[in-house]
Design a protein around this ligand. Sequence first.
Ligand code: TMP
Length: 243
Amino acid sequence: MSERRQLYKGKSKTVYEIGQPDELLVEFRNDATGGNGAKHAVLDDKGRVNCAFDAFTMAILAENGIKTHWLKSVTDTEILVRRLKMLPIECVLRNRAAGGICKRLGIERGRVFTPPIFEFFLKDDALGDPIITEDHILMLGLANKEELVAMRALTHRVNEILQPVFAKVGFDLVDFKLEFGYYQGQLLLGDEFTLDGCRVWDTQSGEIYDKDRFRQDLGNVIHFYKEASKRLGIIIGEVPKWS
Ligand code: TMP
């Protein structure tokens, strides 16, 4: 691969230009952050686990007709992706109540939402990623009506695809966050789908297997990430067969 140039260093991933105008290299690092960066740790093997987890979820989504940025695994912590023009919006879908919605609306943790709840958030660290309405997005000129409809529909579709995958191995997919961007005029799923950006509970015991272990100081974060991966059949550290 040709020489890489760091384009952007996020909280847990670094993005590099690699000399191909339409492609980027994404490195999953061992950094974990919480509270909008207030809390930070370096967790051994996190990058490898997240890279393998992301390859697994992105492959399932692609097999089921969701267009994503994911192109191939490069190493056990790096992937090649399509270069998207990202919308500064986070799409959250909730099958059950946890985290932000409990605090905001005073509802009990674990409540099941039928149908699932969809929310937009503004991707803005300085503002603490606030929840926003469609009118706010339109007023700020961040996306148009058609894009809002498409992001909402794609997020629900991702849920329909992934919820059964988790359920099959005894997990509740409680909620998750997606980000979208444009590639050659098409809206594609970007960013990642890992245990950093979703909530996953054991269906029987309610045990937490996601980043809330870090946020809430529950300990053994990567142990649980690896256990969740194992149950889903993800092999960590191997460049996956679908690459
Ligand atoms: P929340 O309960 O904190 O609003 O988060 C809902 C889900 O979305 C949870 O799985 C964490 C994920 N999420 C992120 O990964 N990053 C974000 O900036 C936000 C707002 C949510």
